[in-house]
Write a protein that binds this ligand. Structure first.
Ligand SMILES: [Zn+2]
Length: 557
């Protein structure tokens, strides 16, 4: 049927809409009736950065980094689903009444599945493949595991962060990203090298060169090290990073990019927490044998404004802070860098967190939320990703928490980072290291944050982990709901419950306990009637923001 549709369009040229709709029928696109309402859950929000202190050279570098980043959109689109390019083309031609909203929502989701709705399709009815575009769409966890039992020598390549898995005869084969995505990685690398030639900042030039080389070699180690050492007014974080998109095994990394302008004063104000990381590790509520004293502690902290984002990070719920790289070898030798996206945080606080708190929390708690606590919570969430068990030993075997917990890893790790962030902030407060304003507003702001993230959907790693925190704290009486349906913190119980919850999570990680993690998430990760009633009250409040990067045209135009 497809060739006929194409011929029709060619013949008709600027066809009247009736014929176009006939062609539309040929593509068979079924768009969900409520696509406009789905899209409205993301508040369009203009994001910009202060470029006034940048030199002409910085602006030229910024332009080249933007151009390199756009290729990450193309790669990620294919990582989400192999047939995305075809669907995008069909959607482009669609003249259905809600086609415009469907196109925008497709861009938000990088595919036809709703990331806020447990990957339910909003275009067509295809079930979302758990292995995304990384594996054959029909493969199951059991099938691949069974094959790997037979061919253990293939395990490293198949479970690599930077390969695609394809069928090969009766078995499987791994294709390196450098081959699979060469069409976009080569030109992206060329742009990075151009930017390296323009910049007079040595740390940036070194990273851009080594990252460009990594795009061709799949060896990201040296460029991850160079990224840690970046110190430049204009920076980029570009490459394959997070593994959330691989719901089959959490092995495969997704391409993304953040193009940012550094805020030096705000960054300097947070640097003092770096020195506390060894103390924070010692202070964790687990036995010393499970603590991780070997990690590097360079751990730079950056506050930046986002100028443009591409790929994985742009899909669905927007990243507000990150902690990279994920490579445990880099973490052991140098630690990891925390980056707070200041303008994204502000947008979410104003558009989402504040209205949510006003709707579901008791008035005295609503008054005690603050942007400072929200931003600080994000920082301590990110710092926490660099603390606790990473490389572990299970039954005498050296392994990683990530490998043992497989597809449950992200959910537990994200929840751990939330809880540890609160635990560490309380501990640092006792040592006089946290501003009074943040101490006073920490707990209600954290609670409002749980409601905010719970709306991301139970299937999403961050969302399900939030429900688990919420239910655990309710069970311990640290959070209560009144007859008015409004929630409040119980300050006397809160710190104790946070410590107990953190202990549970860290021990699941330290022992690489897959079954225990499953049981924990099954027990606590389900939304209760009280929580569902509260979430239902938030219907008209945006779930997240949809950034409009206002400076891209100005810079690239
Ligand atoms: Zn996180």
């Amino acid at each position: 049927m497809r060739p006929i549709a194409i011929v029709l369009i060619l013949l008709l040229g600027c066809a009247p809409s009736a014929e176009r709709e006939a062609a539309d029928g040929e593509t068979g696109l079924a768009i969900a009736d409520d696509v406009v309402e789905r899209l409205e859950r993301f508040a369009p929000t203009e994001l910009s950065a202060d470029l006034s202190s940048l030199t002409e050279e910085d602006r030229e570098v910024l332009r080249l980094l933007l151009e390199a980043s756009r290729y990450m959109d193309e790669i990620f689109l294919r990582q989400v689903w192999v047939d995305n390019p075809k669907l995008r083309a069909d959607l482009e031609r669609s003249t259905a009444p809600n086609a415009e909203a469907a196109r925008t929502y497709y861009e938000v989701n990088f595919g036809p599945w709703d990331r806020l709705d447990e990957m339910e399709p909003f275009i067509g009815d295809l079930v979302h493949p758990e292995g995304a575009g990384y594996y054959p769409t029909d493969v199951t966890r059991e099938e691949l595991e069974a094959w790997l039992e037979q061919y253990p020598e293939a395990r490293d390549a198949i479970s690599s962060l930077t390969t695609l898995v394809i069928r090969d005869g009766d078995g499987f084969a791994a294709v390196p990203y450098s081959e699979a995505f060469r069409e976009w990685l080569d030109p992206a690398a060329a742009k990075l090298r151009e930017a390296a030639a323009v910049t007079s900042n040595e740390s940036l030039a070194r990273f851009l060169e080594s990252r460009a080389a990594a795009f061709a070699s799949d060896d990201y180690y040296q460029s991850d090290i160079d990224w840690m050492d970046l110190d430049s007014p204009v920076e980029v974080t570009i490459g394959p990073y997070e593994v959330y998109e691989d719901r089959l095994f959490n092995y495969k990394s997704a391409f993304e990019s953040f193009v940012t302008v550094t805020l030096p004063e705000q960054s300097a104000a947070l640097e003092r927490f770096k020195a506390e990381l060894p103390w924070l590790e010692r202070n964790l509520p687990i036995a010393d044998e499970h603590k991780n004293f070997d990690r590097g502690t360079e751990s730079p902290i950056r506050v930046v404004d986002l100028v443009f984002a591409a790929g994985d990070t742009k899909a669905g719920v927007q990243t507000l802070a990150f902690n990279l790289p994920n490579d445990e070898r880099v973490r052991e030798s140098k630690g990891s860098k925390k980056v707070l996206l200041n303008n994204v945080l502000r947008a979410k606080y104003d558009q989402v967190l504040t209205p949510i708190a006003a709707r579901v929390m008791a008035p005295e708690d609503v008054e005690r939320i603050s942007f400072e606590a929200f931003s600080s919570g994000s920082l301590h969430h990110e710092l926490s990703h660099g603390l606790g068990p990473g490389l572990i030993t299970v039954d005498g075997r050296d392994t990683e928490v990530r490998r043992e917990l497989r597809e449950l890893y992200s959910t537990l790790e994200e929840a751990k980072a939330d809880v540890m962030g609160v635990y560490n902030t309380l501990a640092l407060a006792e040592r006089g290291m946290i501003d009074q304003r943040i101490i006073e507003t920490l707990e209600p702001t954290y609670l409002a944050g749980l409601f905010r993230s719970t709306r991301f959907g139970l299937h999403e790693a961050h969302g399900r982990g939030n429900v688990a925190q919420f239910n655990y704290l309710m069970e311990k009486g640290a959070v209560v709901v009144g007859e008015d349906g409004l929630f409040r913190n119980v300050p006397e119980k809160f710190p104790g419950a946070i410590g107990e919850l953190l202990n549970v999570m860290l021990m699941l990680q330290a022992t690489g306990d897959y079954d225990g993690t499953r049981e924990f998430l099954d027990t606590y990760g389900k939304a209760t009637p009280e929580l569902i009633a509260a979430i239902d009250k938030l219907g008209d409040i945006p779930v997240d923001v949809r950034p409009i990067y206002t400076q891209v045209d100005e810079l690239t135009g």
